[in-house]
Design a protein around this ligand. Sequence first.
Ligand code: SAM
Length: 292
Amino acid sequence: MSTAGRSLDEARRDIRARLEAAGIETPELDARLLLGDVLQLDLTGLIAAAARTLNANETAALESRVQRRIDGEPIARILGHKEFWGLSFTLSPATLVPRPDTETIVEAALDILKQDGRLNDALHIADIGTGSGAILLALLSELPNAQGIGTDINPDAIHTATRNAAALGLNGRARFIECNYADALRGPFDLIVSNPPYIPSRDIDDLAIEVRAHDPRLALDGGPDGLDAYRVIAPAAFELLVPGGVVILEIGQGQERDVARLTAGAGLDAEVSVKADLSGIPRAVIGRKPLV
Ligand SMILES: C[S@@+](CC[C@H](N)C(=O)[O-])C[C@H]1O[C@@H](n2cnc3c(N)ncnc32)[C@H](O)[C@@H]1O
């Protein structure tokens, strides 16, 4: 049903019903976000403007967004940005939508640095497969004296991460370079983080349409058993970390034993542990380079 000539509140209810009928999990929130995007209003502004009538241009822009959402495009892709660690990240077709689960990596890093009494140190951090720059920039936002470098094989991701660093005022402490995993990195680093592609290739076609059709395959495909990236990153981290330095790797469900084995096998065995996400699913493998 068209929303032309309707009040904003009528349009919201109509969109909500259409999204619900299409099986969208959060129809009310998505309806508000799409309306807010077209009208450039936040959620409070939408309430204040509830009686306002939509014009033809607004209606057309809204219809196109609603149809994209019904067709399975994630709301963050339609809006072009996603919040991660309380910061706003611009997205591009080259970047994964940062996931709330990935905040587990940021939390784990901050917990360890706090335990080590290093939150205010001039740390050097590397983020391998940085995408939008989400993990590195979230860390730099919490670590006032740290600097970091993010790598990605996709030049468009490097461009987007660089833009995000500037928008967040972190470009003085963050750099991004295009390379295969850690190939262009010169250590030493105190901390290495990575959320690499870890989905086994054959499982990608079974993922939800939001993921398989809209996240870049390069961000997902971890090779035949999903572990290709860890086989490269774990030994590279050993070479690049200072003695006592820490690596934190995001993992997919059920990969904790294999990735812990690869991490320890690369010599990062001073401490190997696993951290769960908010749902209790093991989400990160942590390794530490021995002091000697
Ligand atoms: C799962 S995404 C993670 C993105 C971001 N770190 C995040 O957590 O939202 C993996 C990223 O690794 C990058 N990537 C894939 N293969 C790579 C390679 N061989 N070398 C460097 N980066 C790679 C992808 O382009 C993608 O940005």
